[in-house]
Design a protein around this ligand. Structure first.
Ligand SMILES: *Cc1c(COP(=O)(O)O)cnc(C)c1O
Length: 462
């Protein structure tokens, strides 16, 4: 099983190499050469069983199945719910897939904990050390910090946009107390941090010197790990049901994982609604409009404040018939001029893949938090509310609608207070990684600034 670059100009690599590299050397994202066909789990399969089966298919012999099973067991042991991603009914035919039972209360834990296991396993075998750069819109950073805290093989440098993450999100990355976790708050938006990450990874000399890797949603292993809960939801709701998944979307990693599950034969149909806030890039791209770097609006669902969803590149690769040159062209033009039309073949295809989008304003998000609370008594986070509002609007008659609940409400206490007048406290598991004094530096949104800091951290560790 080999992984190719979406920009068509890199040597195919195996699963482990793709995971350790993060980004392909030509600046593209790794995608499997072909999608493995995976046998569907039955309704009683445990999360670890299904994860082992799917990840083994993607690993394609580059890791023994027993090692994968051990990693999955360790990754998911700290989850507060034994089924890891339980389904709960919010109304007739309307479900929530709860992805926030991990240590840092957002779905990012699901894939990040597995990546940390994988890195420790591989680097331990090789006796190597790496530097992991992570750009976060709020939740990835916390998940990465807690998953890698204390790792003997990894130094982690987390970039977050200064004052654009919630205070609780920030605590999860800056207050772990672990010496191997470093935080930089940069003056600008998430797209800026993501651009720096891509720039530094594409700098071959720097990447080799600092042994740099990335665990953002551009890392294939995350997408693979996230496809597991789509398969579990299908198995539990019934293999003959046509499920509509509504996915609160920012970088398009989670929604893409649904697409991947479907390509691997794990879903009955492919029907995914990308629910977006005022940053509606995915809605425009699905409609075939050009790639464009617009200004990011700050909303009450900050983890979705993204204008250039990086995983769209993988969808574009598929929609253009895996034409790496056309994808490379589009991204080169975007980098040069700030705007690029999508390849013609892709425009025709994007509208007919089973993917759609719904925009939800901050006002509608608050209304949905109130409505869900009034109807069910549940307090949902604003990102989940974007999804629930989109699900209500796009009501599906053919089968169940499943909205991904992407974070625990306690991560956004200010918004919950504003919407419902209720104070939500952190659950006990949220305190483990937020108890130490906060530790982070601030600086300009500049690749050179980050480069200097990474060099300093690496030379100190050596
Ligand atoms: C990351 C995140 C999202 C967006 O997910 P993508 O995979 O980036 O589309 C939505 N909600 C929450 C709470 C998140 O942390």
């Amino acid at each position: 099983m080999k992984y190719v670059s979406t920009r068509g100009n890199a040597e195919p690599v195996d699963f482990v190499t793709a995971s350790l590299m993060g980004l392909a050397p030509d600046g593209g994202l790794f995608s499997p050469e072909t999608f493995p066909q995976v046998e569907r789990p039955n309704a009683t399969a445990t999360y670890v069983e299904t994860a082992t089966r799917i990840l083994s298919a993607f690993a394609g012999g580059s890791l023994p199945e027993q090692a994968i099973r051990d990693m999955c067991v360790r990754a998911y042991a700290p989850f507060a719910h034994q089924s890891v991603a339980p389904l709960t009914e919010v109304g007739p035919g309307r479900w929530m897939l709860e992805l926030h039972h991990g240590p840092t209360l957002a779905f990012k834990d699901v894939a990040m904990r597995l990546i940390a296991q994988l890195y420790d396993h591989i680097l331990g075998l090789r006796g190597e050390r790496m530097t992991i750069l992570c750009a976060t819109s709020g939740d990835t950073g916390g998940a990465a910090a807690s998953a890698f805290a204390g790792s003997k093989h990894v130094d982690m440098v987390i970039l977050h946009p200064l004052n654009r993450v919630s205070p609780t999100q920030r605590l999860f990355m800056t207050a772990t107390g672990a010496d191997n976790i470093h935080n930089l708050a940069l003056e600008g938006d998430f797209d800026g941090t993501q651009a720096i990450l891509k720039q530094l990874l594409a700098d071959d000399q720097f990447r080799r010197r600092t042994r740099l890797a990335a665990v953002n949603s551009i890392n294939w292993t995350r997408v693979a790990a996230q496809s597991v809960y789509f398969a579990q939801a299908q198995a539990q709701l019934g293999r003959d049901r046509n499920i509509r998944f509504v996915v609160p979307t920012g970088n398009f990693g989670d929604a893409l994982a649904g697409y991947v599950a479907s390509r691997c034969g794990l879903l009955t149909n492919f029907d995914v609604v990308a629910a977006v806030n005022a940053n509606d890039a995915m809605a425009r791209l699905i409609a075939g409009l050009p790639l464009k770097k617009g200004a990011t609006a700050a909303t009450i669902s900050p983890a979705m404040d993204i204008q250039l969803p990086s995983n769209f590149e993988r969808l574009l690769f598929e929609a253009s018939g895996r034409d790496g040159a056309a994808v490379a062209n589009a991204y080169a033009q975007l980098a040069n001029t700030g705007e690029a039309p999508l390849p013609k073949a892709a425009v025709a295809k994007l509208g007919s893949m089973g993917l759609s989008a719904e925009r939800v304003s901050d006002h509608e998000t608050i209304d949905e938090m109130k409505r869900t609370h009034a109807e069910t008594g549940w307090i949902v986070c604003p990102h989940t509310a974007v999804g629930l509002a989109a699900a209500r609007r796009s009501r599906h008659v053919d089968g169940p609608t499943v909205t991904l609940a992407t974070a625990h409400a306690a991560k956004f206490p200010e918004t919950v207070k504003q919407a419902l007048g209720i104070d939500v406290g952190l659950p006990d598991r949220g305190r483990e990684f937020t108890a130490k004094p906060e530790k982070f530096d601030t600086g300009p949104m500049s690749a050179d600034f980050v480069r200097q800091r990474v060099d300093a951290i690496v030379s100190k560790a050596a």
